[in-house]
Design a protein around this ligand. Structure first.
Ligand SMILES: Cc1cc2nc3c(=O)[nH]c(=O)nc-3n(C[C@H](O)[C@H](O)[C@H](O)COP(=O)(O)OP(=O)(O)OC[C@H]3O[C@@H](n4cnc5c(N)ncnc54)[C@H](O)[C@@H]3O)c2cc1C
Length: 244
């Protein structure tokens, strides 16, 4: 069966860190050709241009939408440079074209959002979490949110300006940052600046049994968080996660 595809033009590129860039994409036709839910992902591949290096590799790769449906005029994807396809996307310039597939995936905000979501985003896993948080804020749900974000160092933190603004400007919305590398080494300690262990989570999550949890992070970190939440008595049906 032929996959339905849509043309989008690169309209802005934001370097987030040394190996991560956010690409803003505008539809090639009037209006957005589809709807999506925060947390979903889509197939992306560059349409050959002089800039898009990578030879004949035309494989699709899936990327989470890091923008929110409440930002209706464009889409954004946030890409970690780590291999053939992501390298090719990193070589795109403004004005270049990509084709994308219709967004899909079941890691989405659902009715459970009324329980006051707690988000965990680690590294590039912050991409779908950024979409979810932004959507909740735009829906006026900021007072009930908690976000834990983990990066290897402050230099590697994604969406830095927004994370700071969200924490500073949204009463009741707490943002807790952890750095797993450089910072703690500088402080003469080994291990994360704030390990996501049971004590730390219980200290920062108000009424943990009444909340719903959304996780996207490297696999090892997700396993850790899931086991900590289980030890706190959080039932599995309250935990949503996406593993790439
Ligand atoms: C649902 C979903 C959502 C996703 N969302 C995002 C997102 O928002 N942002 C994002 O950046 N990615 C996302 N991904 C991952 C993305 O789809 C790609 O898998 C990723 O970009 C790597 O593709 P690549 O072609 O660049 O790397 P590949 O060339 O496929 O390489 C993948 C990894 O294998 C290693 N590798 C490759 N060849 C070798 C070798 N010979 N020996 C040893 N190691 C090797 C590479 O170093 C790299 O770490 C998502 C994936 C899924 C399934």
């Amino acid at each position: 069966m032929e996959v339905e595809t849509f043309r989008f033009q690169v309209d802005g590129i934001t370097p987030e860190s040394l190996r991560v860039k956010t690409f803003r994409l505008r539809p090639g036709q009037a209006g957005m050709p589809f709807r999506f839910s925060p947390g979903q992902h889509m197939g992306v591949r560059p349409i050959d241009t002089e800039n898009a290096r990578g030879g004949n590799d035309q494989r699709w790769r899936h990327f989470s939408l890091s923008s929110s449906p409440s930002e209706p005029d464009f889409l954004e994807i946030t890409v970690l440079r780590q291999g053939t396809a992501s390298d090719r996307i990193h070589s795109l310039s403004e004005g270049d074209w990509v084709e994308v597939t219709r967004p899909e995936g079941t890691f989405v905000l659902d009715d459970a959002v009324r329980y006051g979501p707690v988000f965990f985003g680690g590294g590039i896993g912050m991409a779908p979490i950024r979409s979810m948080v932004r959507y909740c804020l735009d829906q006026g749900l900021g007072r009930a949110l908690t976000l834990f974000a983990s990066f290897s160092s402050p230099e590697e933190a994604l969406f830095k300006d927004e994370l700071k603004k969200w924490g500073d400007l949204t009463p009741g919305f707490s943002v807790w940052l952890t750095y797993t590398g450089t910072q703690s080494a500088q402080e003469g300690r080994s291990g994360p600046s704030h390990p996501w262990d049971r004590a730390y989570l219980e200290e920062h999550i108000v009424k943990p049994l009444d909340r719903v949890y959304y996780l996207c992070a490297p696999r090892g970190l997700m396993d850790t968080v899931e086991s900590q939440l289980a030890s706190m008595g959080i039932p599995p049906e309250r935990i949503r996660s996406e593993r790439w």
